[in-house]
Design a protein around this ligand. Structure first.
Ligand SMILES: Cc1cc2nc3c(=O)[nH]c(=O)nc-3n(C[C@H](O)[C@H](O)[C@H](O)COP(=O)(O)O)c2cc1C
Length: 252
């Protein structure tokens, strides 16, 4: 049996959640960072457990992860599906993730929706996932392993609607402060969709950009940011959520 810890995590919270849950399944697990363009789902099979974590983007899972799942061959494995969201709502993301895992051959015998810092407005859920969240993730991982050991591989039912809500295109791409940018290319290298021109990182293709904020977070010069107008709009919409405390949800 191989335990896989798989995540699409441009800004790190989904990664932390996946690692905590995988640690509950087993002390030894194989980690794959699906945020990287070159990484795909491993060829998993009977007896394997996949812990798969994805951030919620507009109530869906990120399209690059959905595309990788559509190419995945996981026949006979089972999964623990996790969506990680910024304290607003996860809408159809969990049902989409569990549907895609089932179609790839790894039905979800457990699932969860967990709160994390909102990458657009970091004051929202700013300290999450916290130690209590990570403990819940570990416990969910333990329960998933116990279920499999007991031969209970029934897929869980999770909230959400089919057809899934429409995924809106990127509203705008991050802007570059030309006086700070050193054209080191780290943003282009790290971009999960290849939206940034490696020869000229000031050029970002809006048709490819998913506004994941990985380039903004990884720039050593702090040269990239959301356009001011977009930041003002999302801050106005989301900042009231800073006063809201939501609980994680589990399906097991
Ligand atoms: C493009 C985009 C859309 C988002 N949409 C939602 C959403 O619909 N609901 C929500 O609660 N959080 C939303 N968030 C917040 C993220 O789900 C949250 O910050 C998550 O922790 C990011 O995961 P990561 O740190 O693994 O990259 C969105 C973030 C981005 C970048």
């Amino acid at each position: 049996m191989t335990v896989y810890c798989l995540y699409f995590s441009p800004c790190g919270s989904s990664r932390a959640c996946a690692q905590a849950a995988a640690g509950g399944v087993s002390r030894d697990f194989v980690e794959v960072n699906l945020t990287n363009r070159t990484e795909e789902f491993p060829a998993a099979g009977k007896g394997d457990i996949l812990v798969v974590a994805a951030p919620v983007y507009s109530g869906r899972i990120p399209s690059p992860l959905a595309q990788k799942l559509q190419r995945a061959r996981l026949d006979g494995a089972v999964s623990l599906a996790l969506v990680v969201y910024g304290n607003r709502a996860y809408e159809d993301a969990l049902i989409e993730l569990t549907d895609l895992l089932a179609a790839a051959g790894a039905p979800s015998i457990a699932a969860g929706a967990f709160i994390a810092r909102h990458v657009f407005v970091p004051e929202v859920a700013k300290d999450r996932p916290n130690a209590a969240d990570l403990a819940q993730l570990k416990a969910l991982g333990e329960r998933t392993r116990q279920k499999l050991e007991a031969g209970d591989v029934a897929a869980v039912t999770v909230p959400g609607n089919r057809p899934y809500r429409a995924a809106p295109p990127a509203a705008a791409v991050p802007v570059v402060d030309a006086s700070s940018c050193q054209k080191c290319g780290l943003c282009a290298f790290n971009c999960p969709t290849g939206a940034i021109n490696p020869k000229n990182p000031h050029e970002t293709d809006i048709a490819l950009c998913i506004d994941c904020m990985r380039c903004v977070n990884c720039c050593p010069e702090g040269a990239r940011s959301l356009p001011e107008k977009m930041l003002a709009l999302v801050t106005q919409k989301l900042s009231p959520l800073a006063a809201v405390t939501r609980e994680n949800e589990f399906f097991c």
